[in-house]
Design a protein around this ligand. Structure first.
Ligand code: ADP
Length: 368
């Protein structure tokens, strides 16, 4: 493929200018959120705009102490949250959805500045993220049980659905908002409480969600956020995956990290939901409509600069159609893909998330 420029992490110097985050103050939170309070840690870590490398915020670097405080708070809150009526929980989630919708532009800018994706993709992510809160606000009212036919006349079998308890939620940077609401919406609707550890590159979206959760009336301790740097993350993960007060872990990220978390969670036999790495070949047969194949390839390969879990990561093209497909795809890439800062309306391709990601891609290319 031509156009290797899409693999850069940063904008080329000639394209750099100053970009301002410009988000309303209450949504730009930089402390951890534990038991309904904004909490500082002993140190901070920088959040960088991946397009320019500039620091956009310094965030409290929570460690095992803060993680344990969050777990304890979530455990205390569980006892009252699970007893709230289904309607109560539904109303709070709906309010949270309404507030996300009201602040969608600011929330989208946060995603673009900490994760790099173009603003139109960030806006779509916020609509998608908010939709989980809307959906689960409705489902919260419908946690029905079952009456199961009994093998004997003197027995009745009733199936009740009950909340699991405290859930540890560990999320990736490529959907910094949606991967949180998708897990948290379901947990809160069921009556569980949560501790969220967002990815170190993208803590600001998680903290903005905490601000809106508080405004929506989510009670103290029900939704906690412990941001942490790459260095502190393993010690936070240790608490979140081993503390006996945690009943469930839910993780989206790499297979390697998922295995580490599962091993840690095994000793206390926690429930686990793991959404791990995929492998997505894009297959083009000789009989394909080339224009459709090219348009599908562009959509699939370049969303969030190739950094979504369903982006194709290799192309298998049948020999007769190979040359024409490659030529048309190259032309489409040159014509349609515009590299730039995500906040500029013309941009379709933002940066990769960080230097490690660029080095990984370059390393693979050199081996080809
Ligand atoms: P990537 O390599 O794409 O960053 P990861 O699977 O490492 O993917 O990261 C996904 C999430 O898992 C992030 O929030 C990251 O901080 C977190 N994470 C990575 N290692 C650990 C760990 N040992 N304990 C807890 N969380 C972890």
């Amino acid at each position: 493929m031509s156009s290797l420029w899409v693999l850069r992490t940063r904008l080329p110097a000639a394209m750099q200018r100053r970009f301002s985050l410009d988000v309303s103050a209450p949504l730009l939170r930089t402390q951890g959120y534990i038991d309904g309070r904004w909490v500082s840690a002993a140190s901070v870590f920088p959040v960088l705009d991946p397009a320019t490398g500039e620091e956009i915020a310094r965030v409290s670097d929570c460690g095992p102490t803060e993680a344990k405080q969050a777990v304890d708070a979530a455990y205390r809150a569980f006892h009252s949250w699970k007893l709230r009526s289904a309607k109560d929980r539904s109303v709070v989630l709906r309010k949270w959805f309404d507030l996300m919708t009201l602040h969608k532009e600011d929330l989208a800018r946060l995603i673009t500045f900490e994760c790099g994706k173009p603003l139109q993709e960030s806006r779509r992510e916020i609509a998608y993220a908010a939709s989980f809160l809307e959906w689960f606000s409705e489902e919260a009212r419908r946690v029905y049980g079952d009456v199961v036919p009994s093998p004997t006349r003197d027995r009745k079998i009733l199936l009740l659905k009950q909340p699991t308890g405290v859930a540890s939620i560990i999320t990736p940077w490529n959907f910094p908002s949606a991967m949180i609401t998708r897990k948290v919406g379901a947990a809160l609707a069921a009556g569980c409480t949560v501790v969220v550890k967002p990815a170190e590159d993208t803590p600001l979206s998680a903290l903005a969600l905490a601000e809106l959760a508080e405004q929506a009336g989510v009670p103290a301790g029900v939704f906690n956020v412990v941001p942490s740097s790459r260095e502190k993350t393993p010690s936070v993960g240790q608490v979140l995956c081993t503390d006996p007060l945690v009943a469930k872990i839910s993780f989206t990220g790499s297979t390697a990290t998922g295995k580490v978390l599962l091993k840690m969670a095994a000793d206390t036999v926690k429930k686990a939901s793991m959404e791990l790495g995929g492998h997505a070949p894009f297959i083009v047969f000789d009989s394909a409509d080339v224009e459709m194949a090219v348009s599908g390839a562009i959509n699939s390969k370049f969303r969030n600069s190739g950094q979504t879990c369903v982006c194709s990561n290799r192309f298998l093209v049948q020999s007769k159609i190979h040359d024409v497909f490659v030529e048309k795809l190259s032309r489409a890439m040159d014509a349609e893909l515009v590299l730039g800062h995500g906040s500029e309306p013309s941009t379709t391709q933002g940066p990769l998330i960080n230097n490690r990601a660029a080095e990984k891609v370059n390393h693979k290319l050199l081996k080809m």
